[in-house]
Design a protein around this ligand. Structure first.
Ligand SMILES: Cc1ncc(COP(=O)(O)O)c(C=O)c1O
Length: 415
């Protein structure tokens, strides 16, 4: 690696260029949204009745969502049409409502709500900041376990769940995890659904936000948590979540929850106390749009991948070229999802983010991928290359590489 002075000079050059770049949040690009623009004109005064005779203007239709929507979007959670609830615009909203219910009233099979039992939730790290914020705001104590290449570290999970009745669940991303891109293996999934837990109402809250967001052709089929739980006789334990936020419009589509039949009955009654039903107009226009889209949901996701893959390739190319043999960082090579997770070899992640910011690049704040906002090792950086255009991803990544080299050299010089 170059010496500190020449790295500083290189960095100053980037800084004086006065860039304004942003790789902070995992948002789709406008080109991704453009694929779904026809949704906006799918429903008009001539087609407010669904195939099954539901008038989208009126209350009747049920809390589970339109049958036609359930038939299409069940695929996202790999469940049967009658095992999915199609809700409104955000999976976080659905998770928030269901966590709140669990706290006040319990889940299927609970003797009482969890709120007075000092409820604890296992989360994987590095993980998704909004999971931590939501669960903590509602009063859960969070217990971190490492996310491995095969899913949650099951030895750590086992140690937490086996004796403590207040450990009520695990909350994680099973496919192309945020931020590591790792997915649950079949073995880990099998262990998770069959692990003995002290809490009889232990629940797996699996946020499958990226289940259909592949970056590779012919992806390996994901472990089917609900099916494996059925095989183990623990299907009541599994709640799956997803949305169309990165399929059609972010916060402008549908939220999904997948579960066994007994849970469908339990949760539809619970949700029905809070709403007569979801927004049917939104569901109907999603159905009409996807029916027409070449290749349906799969076709749309493959068109998304065509836009996203060059950006992920660019991240890998720059990191390999600039840092490949320096030993200053390691990073994931995701096969899907929205992020690349990078670990610096030295505890300099916050310095990298600071240097990047001063040179005009916003990165996800360090610590965001940990429940208390503090990365204990100060090494993890979440890279979110989906929103900026490809040229900006290239510029941003060159700057990231420069900042990593400089921060590492500074650290070594001070040691
Ligand atoms: C793992 C995960 N879950 C949920 C969300 C947000 O989903 P929604 O828009 O459905 O609330 C995101 C957004 O980045 C995410 O990464």
């Amino acid at each position: 690696m170059a010496d500190l002075n020449s790295l500083r000079a290189q960095y100053e050059k980037y800084k004086s260029a006065g860039a304004s770049l942003n790789m902070e949040r995992g948002q789709p690009a406008d080109a991704n949204f453009d694929l779904s623009l026809p949704i906006l004109s799918e429903v008009d005064a001539s087609n407010y009745m669904t195939d099954n005779g539901v008038d989208i203007r009126n209350y009747p239709g049920g809390v589970l969502g339109l049958k036609e929507a359930r038939e299409i979007f069940c695929e996202q959670l790999s469940v049967a049409p009658d095992e999915v609830i199609i809700s409104n615009n955000s999976s976080l909203d659905l998770m928030g409502r269901m966590f709140s219910w669990a706290l006040l009233k319990g889940v299927l099979g609970s003797a009482q709500g969890w709120v007075n039992q000092s409820p604890k939730l296992i989360v994987t790290v590095p993980g998704y900041d909004r999971h931590f914020t939501l669960a903590k705001a509602l009063g859960f104590e969070l217990l971190s376990v490492p996310m491995t290449a095969n899913g949650p570290d099951m030895d750590a999970v086992e140690a937490l769940v086996s004796n403590d009745t207040s450990v009520k669940g695990i909350y994680f991303v099973p496919t192309y995890s945020n931020p590591t891109g790792d997915s649950l293996s079949a073995d880990t999934a099998r262990r998770l659904v069959s692990i003995p837990t002290a809490a009889s109402d232990f629940t797996i809250f699996a946020d499958d936000a990226y289940s259909v967001h592949h970056l590779v052709d012919n992806p390996e089929p994901a472990a089917n948590l609900l099916q494996l739980a059925k095989d183990a006789g623990t299907e009541n334990r599994v709640l799956l979540f997803g949305s169309t936020s990165k399929v059609t419009f972010a916060s402008g589509g549908l939220g999904l929850a997948g579960m066994c039949e007994a849970n469908i009955n339990f949760w539809s009654s619970a949700l029905n106390t809070q709403t007569i039903g979801p927004n049917k107009a939104e569901q109907w226009r999603h159905v009409l749009f996807l029916r027409k889209y070449p290749g349906g949901l799969k076709g749309l996701m493959s068109d998304h991948a065509k836009i996203l893959k060059p950006k992920f390739d660019c991240v890998q190319d720059v990191l390999n070229t600039e840092l490949g043999n320096l030993g200053v960082a390691s990073w994931t090579v995701p096969r899907g999802g929205y992020f690349v997770s990078l670990d610096t070899a030295l505890p300099v992640a916050s310095r990298v983010v600071e240097l990047a910011k001063e040179a005009g690049l916003a990165l996800t704040p360090t610590g965001a991928t940990y429940p208390d906002g503090v990365d204990p090792e100060n090494r993890n950086i979440r890279l979110a290359p989906t929103r900026p255009p490809l040229e900006e991803v290239q510029q941003a990544m060159e700057l990231v590489a420069c900042c990593i080299k400089l921060a590492s050299a500074e650290y070594e010089a001070a040691a």
